[in-house]
Design a protein around this ligand. Structure first.
Ligand code: DGJ
Length: 744
């Protein structure tokens, strides 16, 4: 039955009410999300609050027409036109081409560069046809001469204001084609700014123990390259970008175009400002050392490149990404359940693990309310230090004389499930595996094999290596009741040779290796339903939307020092949901020699997926009592932290405190964490106005302690959002939390 149209007055009233509600409120569309306007040759991709419009221009090339707030009427749209050329610039080179091949008079960053079998290196892609199916549009492009096709797939996520682009390159010729660069697509800013303004780029950079630091810079003429050539996502850069109009956006306001690439291998984002002041971000496989040979009939599909728009500032951009990750990207299991509170043995025992020691830790962890006990490195082969054992995935009989079963049973009897650390992609030269198969690692014959952390990389592009790794992990899961792998990867690629295949095929390793990691993870989960995986790479070295399609959580950083962590977490949550952000409470002095109170450490770690990594045998009774209370509190608020809407109220980068609020989606509950690191000159903390609450609702205020200046029992949403809360945090590393519950 079709819904009856609303009377005009009611419809107008409703429209006014909707408009008056937050400017960022979603307005679900009753129109199809993907439409083709045949007369104007336009494709309209629409989400609840945005439109992304492509047009086929006079030259039969696909070009961006609009990307921004949702347009009210299709009739406002003009067909795509190429710009006028002038000396040294061609019309095709000046237009916002949606997927430019490297060919003709096009000098901006191309999406695709190929060499045909006859030596031709010119590619001009024109629109051929399209298909629309529900929320998906596929544009078929074809070269002007050769049978080389590109299918551009656009998937629209209407409720998330995000779309994903992906390209499939098809060799229909009779000879091999070498793909020398292949991007997933380009996101162009929809308009040129006036001369006195420039776009600003926000991205995440860092290094080991210092991941996801927020970097902001104006986009100057030329190119800014964000990339990894390390074989994996890397700690040094992350495939995420956000662009605003020259500092006009902040956490709450302003237009932000943002995106992230779903790839855990070599990646590249090129942020380019052309001489015409067009700003565009091209993203996909890194073209450095790239060369993917397509035999006749073969295809290559790029990673997905997600992009979204909001006029609600960086905070709203993050919330859109978080929700997309939970609802559309993470494996089902992660999306459906809250993350358990975890204990990890690494910082407590390092390689010195054994059955009695781990059992004792497990007992202490269980008393605090921990739900999952994870034994880290050191349990297998000759792994008494980092110089031996990787590759030999058999339980060390000296440390565990009866195998893992007694420990696993003990952990289970304590009411927890059991998790195990593995690093399946690696081998120490001092291992039985390497002695048997020295040819299994990435290497060039007659060249050095550079070691990092005393290890080499197994070439997972090889089928036999894939089978070995799968079988080793499968056996562990079959023989033991393991519910969780912490899957580590502790070095980056060097000498990426694959001598078993011909030189022309060898560079495929950059694509086939990460794909093999994904495939093994998926196979294990299919064979052992319920098993969960954490992606770790010496901390946050492999965190991206590609990995999030296969794992339930990630290890954020090896830096567990609480004050440093707050900034790492702030950057992390720009792009990734707190649900996957594993954060441990560890012992002090920690990195930097810093000593912070246990309470501050807990209130920092609780802002993601809580874990404990301290040596519990050294914790006092008072520490144990505090920890038990904190874990109990976390369990009450974790649905908000993990699945609510995050509002970053005070930044640890700009302020002397970090204050973050997490609100339930229905606005019925919220929790605020306030962590002050260093009071100076007797300054009081600024009052923080909360966000995202229901204005007319009344909330009961549950304080953890007396660190609120006023002590009201209840406050309305308006009061909390307009007058705010003032935290009375003093000295160094003082922290508190407040929980709000709607009572009226
Ligand atoms: C690096 C990880 O990030 C640490 O948490 C720990 O698992 C070590 N590897 C173990 O070798």
């Amino acid at each position: 039955m079709r819904p009856r149209p609303l009377p005009v007055r009611t419809a107008l009233l409703l429209a006014a009410v909707l408009q008056a509600a937050a400017s960022t409120a979603a307005v679900p569309s009753s129109r199809p999300t993907v439409r083709y306007l045949a007369d104007a040759r336009l494709f309209v991709l629409e989400t609840d609050r945005t439109s992304y419009v492509l047009g086929v221009n006079e030259q039969n090339e696909v070009q961006l027409v609009h990307w921004g707030a949702r347009l009210a009427r299709d009739s406002d749209l003009e067909p795509a036109h190429t710009r006028e050329g002038y000396a040294f610039e061609s019309p095709e080179g000046l237009s916002e081409n949606e997927y430019p091949g490297w060919g003709g008079l096009r000098f901006a960053e191309p999406c695709l560069k190929v060499s045909f079998a006859d030596g031709v290196r010119d590619l001009v892609l024109k629109y051929a046809s399209h298909e629309i199916q529900g929320d998906t549009l596929v544009l078929h492009l074809k070269d002007i001469g050769y049978d080389l096709g590109v299918d551009l797939t656009y998937r629209v996520f209407p409720g998330h204001d995000i779309l994903a682009k992906q390209a499939t390159i098809r060799n229909g010729t009779t000879g091999p084609v070498v793909v020398e660069s292949a991007a997933s697509g380009v996101f162009s800013m929809p308009f040129r700014l006036p001369d006195d303004r420039v776009y600003r780029l926000t991205h995440l950079a860092g290094r080991w123990a210092n991941e996801t630091q927020i970097v902001r810079e104006t986009i100057e003429p030329g190119k800014k390259v964000l990339e990894s050539r390390r074989g994996t996502t890397s700690h040094q850069a992350n495939p995420f970008f956000a662009i605003d109009e020259g500092g006009r956006a902040d956490e709450e306001h302003g237009r932000v175009w943002f995106g992230a690439l779903a790839w855990s291998g070599n990646w590249k984002l090129v942020v380019e400002r052309t001489p015409e002041n067009l700003v565009r971000v091209t993203g996909g496989f890194n073209d450095f050392d790239f060369g993917y040979r397509l035999a006749p009939g073969e295809r290559l599909t790029t990673p997905r490149f997600y992009g979204g728009f909001t006029s609600g500032g960086f905070g709203e951009a993050s919330r859109l990404l978080h929700r997309l990750e939970i609802e559309e990207i993470l494996p089902d299991r992660a999306a459906r359940r809250v993350r358990p509170v975890l204990y990890n043995s690494w910082e407590a025992t390092e390689f010195a693990v054994d059955e009695p020691g781990q059992k004792a830790l497990a007992e202490k962890a269980a008393r605090l309310g921990v739900e999952r006990f994870v034994m880290d490195d050191g349990w297998f082969g000759a792994r008494n230090h980092d110089r031996a054992g990787l590759g030999d995935w058999t339980v060390n009989p000296k440390k565990f004389p009866s195998g893992l079963k007694p420990l696993v049973d003990h952990v289970k009897s304590l009411g927890m499930d059991f998790g195990l650390w593995v690093e399946p992609e690696m081998v120490n030269p001092d291992s039985d595996l390497y002695r048997a198969h020295p040819d299994w690692v990435l290497h060039f014959p007659q060249r050095p094999r550079s070691e990092s952390r005393n290890q080499l990389i197994l070439n997972l592009a090889r089928k036999d290596v894939q089978e070995y790794v799968f079988a080793a992990l499968d056996r562990l899961l079959t023989e033991n009741e393991i519910r969780f792998f912490k899957w580590d990867m502790n070095r980056h690629f060097s000498e990426p040779g694959w001598p078993a295949v011909s030189p022309e095929e060898q560079k495929k390793v950059w694509v086939e290796y990460p794909r093999a990691v994904y495939a093994i993870m998926d196979r294990l989960k299919a064979r052992h339903p319920g098993v969960e995986i954490e992606s770790c790479s010496g901390g946050g070295g492999r965190v991206d939307l590609g990995m999030l399609e296969h794992v339930e959580e990630v290890w954020t950083s090896d830096n567990t020092e609480a004050f440093d962590r707050l900034r790492i977490q702030e950057g992390f949550t720009m792009a990734y949901t707190p649900k996957v952000m594993m954060a441990w409470v560890t012992d002090v002095p920690n990195m930097n020699g810093r000593v912070t109170p246990l309470r501050y450490r807990f209130l920092t770690a609780m802002q993601g997926s809580l874990g404990i990594g301290g040596n519990l045998s050294r914790w006092s009774e008072a520490d144990g009592k505090l920890a038990t209370d904190m874990v109990a509190y976390y369990k009450r608020v974790r649905p908000l932290v993990q699945e609510g809407s995050l509002h970053r109220l005070l930044s640890p980068t700009d302020d002397d405190a970090a204050v973050n609020e997490y609100v339930a989606r229905d606005g019925k509950e919220a929790v605020v964490f306030a962590c002050r690191h260093s009071q100076q000159y007797l300054h009081a903390l600024p009052t923080v106005r909360l966000r995202g609450l229901v204005a007319e609702a009344v909330y009961r205020i549950e304080r953890m302690d007396d660190r609120l200046v006023d002590k009201p029992q209840t406050l309305s949403g308006t009061a909390l959002m307009e007058r705010g809360l003032t935290f009375d945090l003093r000295g160094d590393f003082d922290a508190t939390s407040v929980r709000l519950e709607r009572v009226e």
